[in-house]
Design a protein around this ligand. Structure first.
Ligand SMILES: Cc1ncc(COP(=O)(O)O)c(C=O)c1O
Length: 394
């Protein structure tokens, strides 16, 4: 039996969930409705739960490896879903995309080198660059006509002799853009010309809304494949991030051996046997569930958009093209932008993530995770709308 119930509220408090049980650590308050860190309040597809249960029931949790069937499932997924034919030898394991980014920065740049980031962006990118004394070269995205675009002129102007790497985010968290082929091609050409290695974080590749198509950067040409490393996982798509399993795709053999050698030096462990089983089951048997998930998320987006226009016309949704992370512009809602983050936390009692932490230059933006039952989404929106009304009445 396949379970497509996304409406049921599953109690996640007291389950050792970062999102629900550790808000005091991240927001300094306990009693807020958490709509922040990027995991979903939905159960994974039944075949995934069964595969993980099977491993659990064996009762022996020794070191594990990467079976052939696991590689085949990834190769099949990339081909079916993204029209990208990858070869088995291109695959490298990492316990997560973030750990892989740390290894990649260490492996392919030197202290003092610059790594380009396109802000606002997933904030662990910042630490991956700076913790080994590399510099961030900020190439901010531009908000143009209600949507974000890459500023490639700014990029070309800023590139210097120490600029060695760019980390792109495709689909882009938190502004939920799916980069188009021509945007990626232009970016890729600039990087080729300037010998800049492209790291493409494609962890959100499967959460794509109608009218948009995820284009793997490396699938665009052999040269791009040769000059790039793609970070993927089944974790966002099927809600497996606690199982610490990601797949780093490296077509260029020299880059690949440098990555694996450096990962070993970092002490990257043997794979998590639960993560391997879950990923394979998801890629083999999760497609129907994903179709239903995407429909449900689209429903949540329509609900969110309708709610905003009816009850909070001063809050604008940047139209999402992918991901379940919504980027909201609160600048016209009547709350002073520089006090917005505290207002959302203390007055509305909702756990959103402020734009500033993603490197957004303007105050007044917040990221909202809508991968939750609609009733939770409604509760979060009601809390914010009520707090704005009370503030306006003061
Ligand atoms: C763009 C991006 N990359 C990486 C991650 C985390 O990856 P992992 O849990 O595999 O380290 C996230 C999680 O939200 C993300 O949004």
């Amino acid at each position: 039996m396949i379970d497509y119930d996304f409406d049921s509220v599953i109690e996640r408090r007291n389950t050792n969930s970062i999102k629900w049980d550790y808000t005091d650590k991240f927001f300094s308050v306990k009693d807020i409705l958490p709509m922040w860190v990027a995991d979903m309040d939905f159960k994974s597809p039944r075949p995934v739960i069964e595969a993980v249960s099977e491993v659990a029931h064996r009762g022996i949790f020794g070191y594990s490896g990467i079976p052939q069937s696991y590689c085949d499932s990834i190769i099949g997924w990339m081909k079916r879903r993204h029209k990208w034919e990858i070869k088995q030898e291109w695959l490298a394991y990492s316990p997560g995309v973030v750990p892989a980014l740390h290894v990649l920065v260490n492996a392919f740049t030197e202290p003092g080198d610059q790594v380009i980031l396109q802000t606002p962006v997933y904030y662990p990118f910042f630490h991956a660059v700076t913790c080994g004394n590399r510099e961030i070269l900020d190439n901010p995205l531009r908000l143009e006509g209600g949507q974000y675009v890459m500023d490639l002129e700014d990029l070309e102007r800023k590139i210097g002799p120490r600029t060695k790497m760019i980390i792109i985010c495709n689909p882009h968290n938190p502004i939920s853009r799916i980069w188009k082929e021509d945007e990626l091609r232009k970016l890729g050409e600039i990087c080729m010309k300037n010998k800049i290695l492209v790291i493409s974080d494609e962890i959100h590749q499967d959460i794509v809304y109608p009218g948009f198509k995820h284009v793997p950067f490396a699938a665009l040409s052999e040269q791009f494949a040769d000059n790039s490393i793609t970070c993927t996982a089944a974790s966002k798509t099927f809600n497996l991030p606690g199982l610490q399993t990601s797949n780093i795709i490296i077509p260029n053999p020299a880059l690949r051996s440098r990555f694996t050698e450096r990962a070993r030096a970092y002490g990257v462990p043997s794979p998590n046997m639960f993560g391997v089983a879950a990923t394979e089951a998801a890629y083999r048997h999760g497609e129907a569930w994903l179709t239903k998930l995407l429909e449900y998320l689209e429903g949540n987006i329509s609900f969110l958009a309708g709610f905003l226009s009816r009850n909070m016309p001063g809050v604008k949704l940047i139209q999402p093209q992918g991901t379940y992370l919504m980027w909201l512009d609160f600048r016209d809602c009547g709350v002073s932008p520089n006090r917005l983050a505290n207002f959302i936390r203390d007055d509305a009692r909702v756990g959103l993530e402020p734009g500033k932490i993603f490197g957004c230059k303007d105050d007044g933006f917040e990221r909202m995770n809508i991968a939750c039952p609609r009733s939770i989404l409604e509760e979060g929106l009601n809390r914010i709308a009520q707090a704005i009304k009370t503030r306006q009445a003061d």
